[in-house]
Design a binder for this molecule. Structure first.
Ligand SMILES: *Cc1c(COP(=O)(O)O)cnc(C)c1O
Length: 469
């Protein structure tokens, strides 16, 4: 009988790291935060079992994977199970209000407010002055009235909910006039014609795709018309031979015929952004001052707050919306309301807003500060063997259907990792801790500095270092 040489096996097996040693590594701690310690322990055991079986099967006495490699396999195993909590992601796409990445990062003040309210009880619906039942969300509505000049306000789960609740309440069974140029789709599932149909109203298209005049609206009015709806085209622009009718002109027509003028602004600008060198977006206050009876916006677009929708306008109309049973199904929760109010408090001090509100700070970043961040990343990467990094100019967008015309010049860092394709790099970075989402272009992994926070530069360099052989 031939003698089997078990020596190489034994040597290889004895080199396999111990479960508890792997569990104590930084990557494991990060994974445990996301998947729970129990799941990480199980995944490490499974990974090591796999390795043991492979050694015994092909008798390799060769290289044992490094602890980093093993934990990368553990990370992949856990990701495949799909049992993680929602987790922070480093956004290196440069798209500031990325709907798939949670839109606006909150101000520190808003984060603290959420933590405070989430941990315990709150005055969600108690008036602390009188001890009686109070307005939902404490002073949130008062803050919004002060900041926009609105007579009344309602906060709902998102702007889609706001538009639906508003139209269901004021237009059900009646006709809604809207310009053909504004029958837009905003992000996949929000299509203006569908929302109007869902609300039980009947859509009447006015004008043409590129041009709509006041006379077109006037001609379309009948005894069944109740609402004129003006929609901000958000992620879409008709350029060239175009014209549309402003809120002020429409408000005259609406008043003459006793119609309600509703303006779905979407973007959520509360202040004039041109102050920070950005394109002007119509603000809620301007739309109301120009005569809109109802304005709807998103809380997590240019407003820079949590996901929510704001309905602002005439007291009587807002009161009816609040009394609609649908409101109960669409209202915002305590965490969104606390983050919203904390964000609004920052707006009371406009001079310091750009320092406090991440969305505005990131939008208003100078080329110098973007370049500085790019250089800091490149300097860290220069010390890693097998990595080459270069800085290049780029063009970015706000995203989330906001500031569609504004091309934001930006700085990007292009990275190549020896022996790792850009697609492989993108995949491994996405599955890492924290996950990094960037772009693949020019045979490189590309990171846009506009949406990378200063404290994330070191995390990115460390993640890339783990990729290099
Ligand atoms: C974004 C947007 C919506 C949808 O808002 P959500 O907050 O995403 O629900 C509706 N209308 C307009 C004009 C928008 O820009």
């Amino acid at each position: 009988m031939p003698k089997v040489d078990t020596e190489p096996h034994r040597t290889a097996l004895s080199l396999i790291p111990k479960v508890h040693a792997l569990l104590e590594m930084r990557e494991s701690l990060l994974l445990a935060d996301r998947y729970g310690r129990r799941a990480v322990t199980d995944a490490i055991r499974a990974e090591l079992d796999g390795l043991r079986k492979a050694i015994l099967a092909n008798g390799h006495g060769g290289a044992i994977p490094t602890a980093q490699d093993l934990l990368s396999g553990v990370g992949r195993r856990l990701a495949e199970q799909g049992l993680s909590r929602l987790t922070r992601v480093i956004n290196a796409t440069g798209i500031l209000l990325h709907t798939n990445m949670g839109r606006a990062p909150l101000a520190e003040e808003a984060v603290n407010a959420v933590v405070d309210v989430a941990r315990g009880y709150s005055n969600l619906e108690i008036d602390l002055l009188t001890g009686k039942r109070g307005a939902r969300g404490g002073d949130t509505e008062e803050l919004l009235k002060k900041l926009t000049g609105a007579e009344a306000v309602l906060v709902v789960n998102n702007n889609a909910a706001g538009v639906l609740l508003a139209l269901t309440t004021i237009a059900k069974g009646a006709k809604v006039l809207i310009s053909r140029g504004e029958l837009v789709e905003i992000g996949g599932s929000f299509r203006v014609p569908d929302v109007i149909a869902q609300s039980g109203a009947e859509l009447v298209e006015v004008g043409t795709t590129n041009k709509t005049h006041l006379a077109d609206y006037a001609r379309a009015i009948s005894g069944e018309t109740r609402v004129i709806l003006k929609v901000h085209p958000s992620n879409y622009r008709i350029v060239g031979f175009t014209s549309d009718v402003g809120v002020r002109e429409l408000s005259g027509l609406a008043a003459e015929h006793e119609l309600i003028l509703m303006n779905d602004l979407g973007s959520g600008a509360l202040v004039d952004l041109s102050r920070w060198g950005l394109p002007h977006e119509p603000t809620v206050g301007e739309a109301l001052a120009a005569g809109a009876d109802i304005v709807t916006v998103s809380g997590d677009k240019l407003l820079g707050g949590p996901q929510c929708g704001l309905i602002l306008g005439k007291t009587e109309l807002i009161r009816r919306m609040g009394a609609n049973p649908l409101f109960r199904a669409l209202r915002a929760g305590k965490m969104a309301l606390s983050a919203l109010a904390a964000t609004l408090l920052l707006y009371l001090d406009e001079d310091h807003l750009a320092e406090k509100l991440p969305v505005l700070a990131m939008l208003a970043q100078s080329q110098e500060s973007l370049l500085l961040r790019a250089r800091r990343l490149r300097a860290r990467l220069a010390r890693i063997e097998g990595i080459t990094a270069a800085i290049e100019d780029g063009e970015g967008f706000a995203g989330g259907g906001s500031l569609p015309e504004a091309v934001l010049p930006t700085k990007r860092v292009k990275v190549r990792v020896e022996g790792v394709s850009p697609d492989q790099a993108a995949g491994r970075l996405r599955r890492g801790s924290p996950p990094i989402v960037g772009m693949v272009a020019d045979d490189s992994f590309v990171l846009d500095m506009r949406t990378v926070r200063d404290w994330e530069v070191a995390e990115i360099a460390a993640a890339l270092a783990r990729l290099s052989p």
